[in-house]
Design a protein around this ligand. Structure first.
Ligand SMILES: CC(=O)SCCNC(=O)CCNC(=O)[C@H](O)C(C)(C)COP(=O)(O)OP(=O)(O)OC[C@H]1O[C@@H](n2cnc3c(N)ncnc32)[C@H](O)[C@@H]1OP(=O)(O)O
Ligand SMILES: O=CC(=O)O
Ligand SMILES: [Mg+2]
Length: 568
């Protein structure tokens, strides 16, 4: 279901039509709901509009710079350290001290801003809950606005949920995880909110509404005078971090709270950003609580950055883990950089999740998670991510056993040995083989993920692994890369070359397999055919789409009143 199209994207605001009381120049095209109206107040929307108006040109310029960098990489240039910012990398400086409320971040659970999951995550025993508007959330109007309602109730401590089928009421424990919120990346628009006739920037909507409604309660209840806390995704350059820093400063000024109250952890999850870690921390030095190894988007970004480099093709997705030389170098350099600057170096997400119906497989999955966490804590990471509450005891045990009573390893694991890591280390080609089974799995996973995303679910269990937008991206771009360069699949001894014909056959067979696996009824009810069309188009596109979610976004936009869509 796509939006109806119209040329009328500079129409004046009409609050009578939308039902919302929007300020001058702001138009709401999303469905009216009384609960949403309590979030989309005139003052909150004015705050978002002020952010949009002040920063829109800088955001557009930053997105142009991304394109320009991509053009250079496609002409053969390699990403690397910027000679112009050498002094930032070489001089001694530190970020503002870590707020006591988040000194200990040994295990952080992540999940979409869904009501029951928020309660479960906050009660999970993790130190932090990263509430996600990005990789784990399908950004439909309903999900985004419900997410804001849920977060407000969570910060206020009043959130409850009644599971009518199981007659179970969920509410918060006395002790809960500290809340971090991850807004969308800079690239995603919010098509249901127009500001001066243009779709708003998605992350300014997520940040602005959440900050506006929650900063005071958060600082009182959660942050011990600091906060709110954020995770910032998918940045490529310190220029983008500087915009966030200015957004934070403006928000602090408007709210009348001390500069440096807001704190954020930046995900280093693009290849260009690994060369900018000092610069990113420097821009955010009064607002930083560290960096995080967003490994899945990082692998996706490796393919995207090298889309025109046939000598840098990825092996099967399952073979690209954190023990490859390029990913190990990235994690080691991140730890050294963060600890030198006095902030947390957070680990990332192992994709395994509990397997309920197979104790032996469950044991193996848990063992893989333990192994991954042991590698992280021994390397010097201060904490890690868990996708599921069932993994928290094991992750916590590994980190606690290896860190003793200290809340973090910022002082004890300096990792100065990592200072010798070079550009070559960070770019080294991943090793492994490619197989037809890899192509099949990418296809099966990509289509099923997209089908879930189109129906409003942004993170799903598939074949006993967590799949979200970042992991699905790897499936998509890997297929694209293999098709583009007609690679030979030699991993299973078949030696066939990937071609449009082969891919067409694989898509057909995998769709039949998906239908068998999910059942005819679910297959018919779901959006599998639509997902298949989008996924196949993305894999065979002559030029690589920047983001799966950006490309597919118009399929989840629903405007009210209908027939009045802006151009994205
Ligand atoms: C690359 C990245 O960006 S990683 C970060 C983004 N990705 C994520 O955050 C993924 C988060 N995890 C999830 O969404 C889910 O765990 C999935 C989709 C992987 C698995 O979901 P399911 O198979 O439905 O989980 P399962 O049925 O085992 O859930 C059991 C219980 O745990 C809860 N649960 C599962 N995962 C989470 C979570 N991450 N947070 C809170 N509660 C959770 C469920 O709500 C359910 O609760 P209930 O027993 O009260 O009903
Ligand atoms: O956001 C995390 C990632 O791995 O991507
Ligand atoms: Mg990510």
């Amino acid at each position: 279901m796509g939006p109806a199209t119209s040329e009328n994207h500079h129409a004046p605001p009409d609050t009578k039509k939308s039902g919302y009381d929007a300020p001058e120049g702001v138009e709401i095209r999303g469905r009216y709901d009384g609960e949403f109206a309590a979030i989309l107040t005139k003052d909150a929307l004015q705050f978002v509009a002020d952010l949009q108006r002040e920063f829109r040109n800088r955001i557009k310029y930053a997105m142009e710079c991304r394109k320009e960098a991509r053009r250079r990489y496609s002409e053969g240039a390699l990403p690397g350290f910027d000679p112009a910012t050498r002094c930032i990398r070489e001089e001694e400086w530190t970020c503002a001290p870590v707020p006591p409320a988040v000194a200990d971040r040994k295990v952080e659970i992540t999940g979409p801003v869904e009501r029951k999951m928020i309660i479960n995550a906050l009660n999970s025993g993790a130190k932090v809950f990263m509430a996600d508007f990005e990789d784990a959330l399908s950004p439909s109007w309903e999900n985004l606005m419900r997410g804001q309602v849920n977060l407000k109730d969570a910060v206020d401590g009043t959130i409850t949920f009644h599971d009518k089928v199981r007659n179970r009421v969920y509410k918060l424990n006395n002790q809960t995880a500290k809340l971090f919120v991850r807004p969308r990346g800079w690239h995603l628009p919010e098509a249901h909110i127009l500001i001066d006739g243009e779709p708003a920037t998605g992350c300014l909507v997520d940040f602005g509404l959440y900050f506006y409604h929650n900063y005071a309660a958060f600082r009182r209840i959660q942050g011990a005078g600091f906060g709110p806390f954020f995770y910032l995704p998918k940045m490529e350059n310190s220029r983008e971090a500087k915009i966030w820093n200015c957004v934070f400063e403006k928000a602090e000024k408007v709210a009348g709270i001390e500069r440096g109250s807001i704190r954020a952890t930046v995900l280093i999850e693009t290849l260009p950003a690994v060369f900018q870690m000092n610069e990113i921390l420097h821009e955010l030095r009064d607002h930083s609580v560290g960096l995080n190894c967003g490994r899945w988007d990082y692998i996706f970004s490796y393919v995207k950055t090298f889309q025109a480099h046939p000598d840098r093709l990825l092996p099967d997705r399952v073979q690209v883990g954190m023990t490859q030389h390029f990913t190990k170098s990235y994690s080691d350099l991140l730890i050294w950089t963060c600890h030198r600057r006095g902030v947390h170096a957070m680990g990332g997400m192992a994709a395994q999740i509990p397997i309920r119906d197979d104790p032996e497989a469950n044991k193996e999955a848990l063992e893989l998670v333990r192994k991954d966490k042991l590698r992280e804590v021994r390397a010097g990471h201060d904490g890690t991510w868990a996708a599921h509450p069932g993994l928290i005891p094991a992750c916590m045990e590994v980190f606690s056993d290896n860190m003793g009573n200290t809340p973090n390893q910022i002082q004890s694991m300096k990792r100065e040995d990592a200072s010798t890591i070079t550009e070559e280390d960070l770019l080294q080609r991943p090793r492994g083989s490619r197989s037809l089974e890899g192509l099949r799995l990418n296809t099966r996973v990509g289509i099923q993920y997209l089908a879930a995303w189109l129906t409003g679910t942004g993170s799903v269990p598939l074949y006993n692994l967590m799949e979200d937008a970042a992991t699905a991206e790897i499936s998509r771009v890997q297929n694209w890369q293999w098709l583009k360069y007609g690679v030979e699949l030699d991993g299973d001894g078949l030696g066939v070359r990937v071609s449009n014909d082969l891919f067409g056959k694989v898509v057909e067979e995998e769709m039949a397999r998906i239908e068998r696996e999910v059942g005819k009824e679910k297959f018919q009810r779901g959006r599998y055919k639509e997902a298949c069309k989008i996924f196949a188009r993305q894999c065979t596109a002559p030029t690589l789409d920047d983001f799966l979610t950006l490309n597919a976004y118009e399929n989840i936009v629903i405007h009210h009143p209908m027939g009045s869509s802006p151009r994205l």
